[in-house]
Design a protein around this ligand. Sequence first.
Ligand code: XIL
Length: 331
Amino acid sequence: DTKGLKDYYKNYFPIGVAVNTHNLTGNESKLILKEFNSLTAENDMKMGPIHPSPNRYNWRNADSIVRFAQKHHLKLRGHNLCWYKQTPDWIFVDHYGNTVSKDSLLRRLKSHIATVVDRYKNSVYAWDVVNEAVSDKDTSFLRNSKWLQICGEDFIDSAFCYAHEADPHAQLFYNDYNIINPQKRTKIYRLLKGLLNKGIPITGVGIQAHWSLTEPTREALETTIKLFASLGLKVQITELDISTSHRWNAQQKGSLVERKRISDSLEALKYKMVFEVFRKYKKYINGVTFWNLSDKYTWLNHYPLRGMRNYPLLFDTLLNRKAAYWGVVNW
Ligand code: XIL
């Protein structure tokens, strides 16, 4: 079979994958080029890795991902410009070790965003500008991060304005997880509607899509996509994986092998369903990205449940297509 995911979906949306530099050689790079037409750096463009100290940028890994994308004419998403994790400690602290003022923190954010976005303005077509700023707690709106503590809500507006100034052509996204959850979805809707009302430059919402065998339901997914589309925003699926080692699986009886057989087929059904929905709403969806290439490496194995490995992607540990793959391309 000479077709890859990107070919099946050529009339729909680009199909992307999160990568590290070690994926860009040998069999993994062959698989990437056969199946995908878009990339995201899994870690290498985040503020901590790329800007480890005030006057030092570490461009090496990000540059090699950019070169690979350019050489092979792949689209490239930038991830991300402002987050509460993988952010260097220095940015919140002044020369005396005290917390910086709002003004200086925003100046630092501006200089970071201007430098990174400008460097990649000919290669990155879309940025996750602000990542995970909304709280998961019912009782609060925004996440109680250092950004919020020091700047109040302004850091969000400012980040989008800085990114737009640095590259007026880039698509700018707000990216978050657990968006299917009605309470959190409502808060994100409120945040984005507020940005639009203020005239802040934002293109769309990134739905991370770290999902499981039980979530989301078809109805919840459709509701979510329609809700954000109603604001006139684009929707991207930015970090798709379907965890097979989840509460559901931990409760099942039977050997690991039996449980894996069941979870493989449930996973395929889940992938089939979510892609049916993505195709149905292709008018609003302008990108779908998987969070890693194959089950050989997935960030979900950093969080094992009852010692189970996770198998959340379309290719197995030997890079072969799984049932989930056929769920995505057979329709
Ligand atoms: C994860 C990476 O996959 C891991 O390698 C790293 O250790 C932590 O970050 N939401 C995001 C991504 O926006 O950047 C995260 O990526 C996964 C959750």
